[in-house]
Design a binder for this molecule. Sequence first.
Ligand code: NAD
Ligand code: ADE
Length: 492
Amino acid sequence: MGISNAEASAQSLEYQISDISLAEAGRHQITLAQNEMPGLMAIREEFVASQPLAGARISVSLSITVQTAVLVETLVSLGAKVRLSSCNIFSSQDEAAAALVVGNGTVKSPAGIEVFGWKGETTQEFWDCLDKTLDWSSHNNGQTLGPTSILDDGGDVIYLVHQGKEFETTGNLLQEESWDQNEFDVVRNLLERSKSKDAYRFKSLVENLIGASEETTTGIQRLIQLQRNQQLLFPVINVNDAVTKSKFDNKYGIRHSLIDGLNRATDVLIGGKVAFVAGYGDVGKGCAEAMAGQGARVIVSEIDPICALQAVMDGYQVAALESVVEQVDFFITTTGNKDIFRPQHFVRMKHQAILANVGHFDNEIDMVGLAAIAGIKAIEIKPLVHEWVLPSGRSLIVLSEGRVMNLGNATGHPSFVMSASFTNQALAQIDLAQNGQKMSKEVHLISKENDEKVARLHLTALGVELTTLSKDQARYIGVPIEGPYKANHYRY
Ligand code: NAD
Ligand code: ADE
């Protein structure tokens, strides 16, 4: 898998994707998506003349979807060069990747973007693709060159840079809880190869890197750990915790794409069944609402008393998995934590219960523990849908091998909600280009002004009429007429 195209490299456009002939299908979808992504299209209009990203080399790691295509073409229209890889081995849409490479015209089009990723990468291929995203030497006569900024989803590219510098300096890797031994081995091998070619590659990359923006909750949690350990090497803009990201994409996006993934994978009726949602954060809230909306009876588990109280006030039963495991038809993980469903639970689950993870990493369902049950065997029902037959004769249906199933079994969140997330990303990259040199090496929130701007850009398309404050009212509640309207401590 992953065919390099000689014609493209002759045009100094590098890429490694599944099938370039899918470009036309991808382009049709991208064109439709643009109409559903008003925030990104408004950013193009606002900034195309001033080209705030001129000279920027952005290494992007996101699920390579149609929505991501609209984002990266927005970055390019503002002057940036982009190299793109996928943040998950199963989350690419091959037609979107092909359309990006071809650009708006042909393979020879200078608008083509360098893409490294396809649906169904191995772990080794995944890391090689991330490494290629960071390697801009083909733009520098083969001499070492890195990006000016990174746009990441989950933190793996940012971690690779940190690991690379650590390895070049000490010969060791930083501790990293999210990776298993295989992942460590693959990364170490990659860094050994890199070091033997250029022992200062990552050091020079860090020196020339302005900063990064990070898309998701798990990525932010990992970067905050680096910051706590005083190991964060450059400023990072926290896109996830923009209100117009986490309170929209994480909640309303998954409310759409969870059901999409379940239906495409199984077509099992949801109404009347029992759904167990582990975690009642932003994503858990969207999942619970989606399952309840289909008529399921929803049980939530939480470790946080505040979220547990929210769940019960929203009308859901709150219970520990151990108390209800035999009753459940759909098991859904949304915690960003590991080992939520384990072997002692698998053996108690109903025949043909469906297991679906939508958290960033694949360790919420203990797939290693499942495979290790003596006598168990897996049957592929169709791509990314497996029936695991237990020695008892009962079986479990596991989606996307335990990885994010709304992207593995479906195509992720719809365009409109991704427009809000990705408008924050575009504004974050502009902020890095204009102000990044002055930012401290910490994780920074998106400004309230930009957060409200992103919301405004999406109101017209939905036919929303906003009320305007009078001068007197503005003075009375102590806010400017044009906003921002809420203090930073306000929780929405
Ligand atoms: P969050 O922090 O708001 O919610 C996670 C919740 O899980 C928290 O309330 C936490 O208390 C709870 N939790 C932690 N350990 C638990 C355990 N052992 N049992 C039960 N509950 C537990 O995070 P979020 O924004 O909801 O994101 C959740 C995950 O989804 C992250 O990995 C994030 O990166 C990912 N994400 C996925 C998508 C997608 O499209 N699939 C989109 C956005 C975010
Ligand atoms: N994460 C969730 N849905 C997505 C999408 N459609 N594109 C990119 N990343 C996503």
